[in-house]
Write a protein that binds this ligand. Structure first.
Ligand code: HEC
Length: 195
């Protein structure tokens, strides 16, 4: 890990992440996430699906802000994605949905049947800079956040009607940081807004 990569981020957010990453590395914790170069399994049906590359991720402020998070649909089904995101009753997100809370993490909805253990979501840990986005890890249960928690495990606690979306009151364990820190990290997204 290059320290220079972190300097431009909000220090208050980055430092605990850095410590957590070092702790994981030193502890030799199992790291079974797919390497960046591995592509997700090719769908066996002709059903529409999404295949994310690093270039498909952009500054959060190019996405639509819904309450505390950012949404888009990389297959062009933004209206269908927004209908679920804005509904007080939730719903199942359409294929191609991309959700982000912070620039460094993302979840993407695949075709039905892609991964029953994650309700067809693929989770990403990202490295962002002024140059753009790099995918650090991607996949299902094995993808961890900077605090050492499995994205899928924590998000699976959400009430099923919200399709693994946590927000503040859907049943997930809370993040160890407050809304003010999250807001600062969102606003510190180093990637260009136009692409
Ligand atoms: C310990 C539990 C936990 C872990 C682990 C976790 N999250 Fe979350 N996540 C939350 C909570 C709680 C929120 C809502 C926070 C808020 O609204 O301020 C959230 C919000 C989000 C959102 C915005 C939509 C939503 O669900 O509210 C995305 C996208 C997201 N997380 C992706 C990830 C990814 C990707 C990972 C792994 C790299 C991850 N999360 C790891 C608890 C977790």
């Amino acid at each position: 890990m290059h320290l220079s990569r972190w300097r431009s981020g909000a220090l208050v957010w980055v430092l605990p992440f850095l410590f957590a990453a070092v702790a994981v590395a030193c502890g030799g914790a199992a790291h079974t996430a797919e390497p960046t170069t591995t592509r997700p399994p090719t769908p066996t049906t002709k059903t529409e699906d999404v295949h994310m590359n690093a270039d498909d991720f952009h500054n959060l402020h190019t996405m639509t802000h819904v309450r505390g998070f950012y949404v888009t649909n990389v297959l062009g089904h933004l209206d269908a994605t927004l209908a679920v995101a804005r509904s007080p009753n939730g719903g199942q997100y359409p294929t191609g949905t991309l959700l982000q809370l912070v620039p460094q993490e993302a979840m993407v909805k695949h075709r039905h049947g892609y991964d029953p253990t994650t309700n067809d979501w693929e989770f990403f840990s990202l490295d962002v800079s002024a140059q753009g986005t790099k995918i650090v890890t991607r996949g299902g249960q094995a993808v961890m956040n900077r605090f050492g928690g499995s994205c899928a495990s924590c998000h699976s606690a959400a009430n099923p009607k919200f399709d693994l979306v946590c927000e503040h009151d859907h049943g997930c364990a809370p993040l160890p940081i407050g809304d003010d820190v999250i807001r600062a990290v969102q606003n510190a997204d180093p990637r260009p807004v136009s692409h």
